[in-house]
Structure formats: structure tokens, C-alpha cells
Design a protein around this ligand. Structure first.
Ligand SMILES: [Zn+2]
Length: 262
């Protein structure tokens, strides 16, 4: 495939590798600013540090789960995850393209979107896909008060439960790739044991053209990756078949987050 659109180096530098954000966010690009800070001129003084007990993180239950960004790197699968909002015709087209290739996806639905298009919830589950919570209004949840943030999570959970009988397994925070410890606690209180992040950002919501969406994903994808994509953008519909072909050539299948991560 000929790449008609090459990624702009500045955009890639500032946005491409930060792993994330969602459209229309005032915090776009703020996800990983530390990477572009200059290194300090003076070396840090040697001192005894309290190291995190890594073995405990690997083995166990001690790690706080502020965002699952990928599955095992030995997996023969990846998870394609979608911000659930926008024109329902595009959502239906994406579901159809996924099912044509026997792929299963994970949709993190915005609660108000489910109010506008209640049929889509069952449609997603009936296709064998995962349906999760992406807050009620898709606001900057990490910046909200405890009570407002909790209302955002439970507002969406209530809608999913009413439409499907369950709140789903996954919660993805809005307008940020990772939740704060407070938001993680609130999600747990609302019944979500896992906060979902991602390690590959398609940047499809910048409408860069389908070729670039495919390139953004395939250049960063590894076994076990969780890919961030969005309903609501036509580039994503055009990108999905070549993306699924690419997975097939690499011997990777597209599975739900439940299948990849639990
Ligand atoms: Zn989103």
C-alpha cells in the first residue's frame, strides 16, 4: 500500500508516542511530557534509594492497577479498543468489518451515546465483542472532584447495566490514557476491577487518512498490544481491513480485552 500521508515528525514527537488522549481534549499531548524534558546538568547525588520491590509487582497482587496497557508479550493476539461515540452508521460499519474477519473488539462506550443509540449496546455484545464504560459525558475525569468523577463512572455503568444486564468488565478513563489513583479507586468502588489503558495510539481521531492510521498502528504494534481506536471517524473504517490483514500476516488475532488481559 502506498502511504499517501507520512506522519509529521513534530506531531509524532509531541503526540505520537505519548500513548494518548481522546479527541477535543484540552490536555492533548500532556500524557508523557517528561520524555521531552532535558536531562539535568548535574548528576544526581548518589544515595540509598528505596527501591520498589519489583518481584512483588511481577508475582502478584500488590500492584495498583491504574491502567492495563497491554497483555503478555508472548500472546498471539492483540486487543483493538474503540472509544464508543459518534455516528452509529460508522459504528455499525466497523462492527461489520471486524466480524467479516472474525475479529472481536472492545468498545468503551460514552454513556450519553448509549442514551442516544440504545440499540448499539446489545448489537456490540451480540457480535461477541466486549462493552465497557468510558464515563457518562467524556469529560476530563482526572481533574474532577471525587463526587463528580464517581457520578461520571456510575452514570455510564447504570446505562450499560440497564441495556445489557451487566456493567461490563472494563473502565477506561476519559481524556487521559491513565487514571489517577483516586479515579482508579472510584472505578473499583463502582465495580470495575480493571482500568484499561493502551500501548498503541492510532491517532485516528486526527483524521490523518487511513494509510497513516494503519501505519501508526503497525509500526508500534507488538504481541499483546492494546490499540486505541475510535468510532466516529471514516478513516478508521477504511483502515480496519488492512489492519486486520496485517495482524493476520503476523500471526496475531484480534481478541477482546477480557480474552487478552484476564
Ligand atoms: Zn475517549
Amino acid at each position: 500500500m502506498k502511504n499517501k500521508y507520512r506522519r509529521h515528525p513534530v506531531i509524532v514527537k509531541v503526540l505520537g508516542s505519548v500513548g494518548g488522549f481522546c479527541p477535543r481534549s484540552p490536555l492533548n499531548g500532556a500524557g508523557d511530557q517528561g520524555r521531552i524534558f532535558p536531562t539535568p546538568l548535574r548528576p544526581a547525588r548518589r544515595r540509598r534509594t528505596h527501591r520498589r520491590p519489583r518481584h512483588r509487582l511481577r508475582r502478584g497482587r500488590a500492584a495498583p492497577d491504574h491502567g492495563r496497557a497491554h497483555g503478555p508479550r508472548t500472546a498471539d493476539s492483540v486487543a483493538l479498543t474503540f472509544h464508543g461515540q459518534g455516528d452509529p452508521a460508522i459504528a455499525h460499519a466497523l462492527l461489520k468489518e471486524a466480524e467479516r474477519a472474525h475479529a472481536h473488539i472492545t468498545v468503551l462506550a460514552v454513556g450519553t451515546w448509549l442514551d442516544e443509540h440504545p440499540d448499539i449496546a446489545r448489537r456490540i455484545l451480540d457480535g461477541g465483542h466486549d462493552l465497557g464504560n468510558h464515563t457518562l459525558h467524556h469529560r476530563d475525569i482526572n481533574a474532577m472532584s471525587e463526587s463528580d468523577a464517581y457520578a461520571e463512572i456510575t452514570g455510564c455503568a447504570d446505562r450499560i447495566r440497564r441495556l445489557t444486564g451487566s456493567i461490563g468488565t472494563w473502565f477506561r478513563p476519559s481524556r487521559t490514557p491513565t487514571a489517577t489513583p483516586l479515579v482508579t479507586r472510584l472505578a473499583r468502588r463502582a465495580g470495575y476491577p480493571h482500568v484499561l489503558s493502551y500501548d498503541v495510539d492510532s491517532l485516528d481521531f486526527t483524521s490523518p487518512g487511513a494509510d497513516t492510521v494503519v501505519d501508526n498502528v503497525t509500526s508500534a504494534l507488538r504481541p499483546g498490544s492494546v490499540v486505541s481506536l475510535h468510532f466516529g471517524y471514516t478513516d478508521t473504517v477504511a483502515a480496519l481491513p488492512p489492519l486486520l490483514d496485517h495482524l493476520d500476516r503476523r500471526g496475531l488475532s484480534a481478541v477482546t480485552c477480557t480474552e487478552l488481559l484476564t
